[in-house]
Design a protein around this ligand. Structure first.
Ligand code: UDP
Length: 330
């Protein structure tokens, strides 16, 4: 069976990737500096190396020891707001980190990478749903770093034959069905975990960031995708590369948009109680509507998201209920 290096495998999405790869019989090597990831999220079946991807000697040692067939790359800082205040740190961690990773891959003849990109590369677009043909126009440093990382891979492909699949995600949510691992960010900024903190009595109410957007109920619309569906796409992308296909870029979303108010209603249904809410001012940098077209991933990778919005909230709730203080509980 193939051996996969999951870079950033202790984080929210990377830890789900490690589990599901191992479940499907892949050998898994995790590299993570534990700056935002959690040791307790690591899959016990994976071989873990603690270190920073900006450290070439460290990566070179791991590649020489493990002889992996491909890399799945999740290691990046990902908070839009912080990226605007600390752009140099974001460029160093994300862009420089990917540069060194590619250098170590080329030096060790590892020539396949599945990359965690973001809808943030698009910025606000006039034509919805957004397709891969849209001209990227990032409006935050985070999105800009993801775009630069994609561009490095493009030129590394042309020069060294490093084949890549870049997956541009929209809003990732949910957790493994058994609630064993999930989303634990500090500070938490994402809508679903914050809504669920209300029934878990960790906050009195959820703040809605603006209800005067040009949408039917005035609140922002986003395209949510379950983390297990997302990882299924990564594994399909790996198989696509192992089959010898060319480098490419795919959106991953559900093609369904839900407003902030609809998200709260769905959570009220799932938890069986009213969730107090208040409208506050807009959060800077939030586009009114972000919806992906995932047609290309459906056609070429044969990928189809299966989880419903209620299931995203249900699985997230299961994790948060059993990890009231995140991984610190266990
Ligand atoms: N949001 C909100 N209240 C919160 C957190 C988020 O109204 O406490 C809104 C936010 O403005 C956006 C949507 O929920 O329209 C999703 O935000 P999130 O931070 O989860 O993801 P993003 O779309 O920024 O990647």
């Amino acid at each position: 069976m193939k051996k996969i290096m999951v870079v950033g495998g202790a984080g929210y999405i990377g830890s789900h990737c490690s589990r599901i790869l191992a479940d499907r019989g892949y050998e898994v090597v995790v590299v993570d500096n534990l700056s935002t990831g959690h040791r307790k999220a690591l899959d016990p079946r994976a071989t873990f190396y603690e270190g920073d991807i900006r450290d070439f000697a460290f990566l070179d040692r791991v590649f020489k020891k493990e002889k992996v067939d491909a890399v799945v790359h999740f290691a990046a800082k990902s908070l839009v707001g912080v990226s605007m205040k600390e752009p140099i740190d974001y460029f160093d961690n994300n862009v420089n980190g990917t540069l060194v990773l590619l250098k170590a891959m080329v030096a060790n003849e590892v020539k396949k990478i599945v990359f965690s990109s973001s809808a943030a590369v698009y910025g606000e677009q006039k034509v919805l749903p957004i397709t891969e043909e849209a001209i990227p126009n990032p409006e935050c440093t985070y999105g800009e770093t993801k775009l630069q990382m994609e561009k490095m891979m493009k030129w590394a492909d042309i020069a060294y034959g490093v084949r890549y699949v870049s997956l541009r995600y929209f809003n990732v949510a949910g957790a493994l069905d058994n609630g064993e691992i999930g989303e634990d960010h500090n500070p938490e900024t994402h809508l679903i975990p914050l809504i669920l903190q209300v029934p878990l009595k960790k906050r009195p109410q959820i703040s809605i960031f603006g209800d005067d957007y040009p949408t039917p109920d005035g609140t922002c619309i986003r395209d949510y995708i379950h983390v297990v569906d997302l990882i299924d796409a990564h594994i399909k992308a790996l198989e696509y590369l192992f089959a010898g296909n060319k480098s490419d870029i795919f959106n991953l979303g559900s093609e369904n948009g839900f407003s902030v108010k609809e998200m709260i209603q769905s959570a009220e249904k799932v938890v069986g109680q009213a969730i107090p809410q208040e409208v506050v001012s807009r959060r800077p940098g939030d586009p009114a509507i972000l919806i992906a077209s995932s047609k290309k991933a459906q056609e070429i990778l044969h990928w189809k998201p299966r989880y419903t919005l209620d299931q995203m909230i249900e699985t997230a709730y299961k994790f948060h209920k059993s990890h009231l203080n995140g991984y610190e509980d266990k």
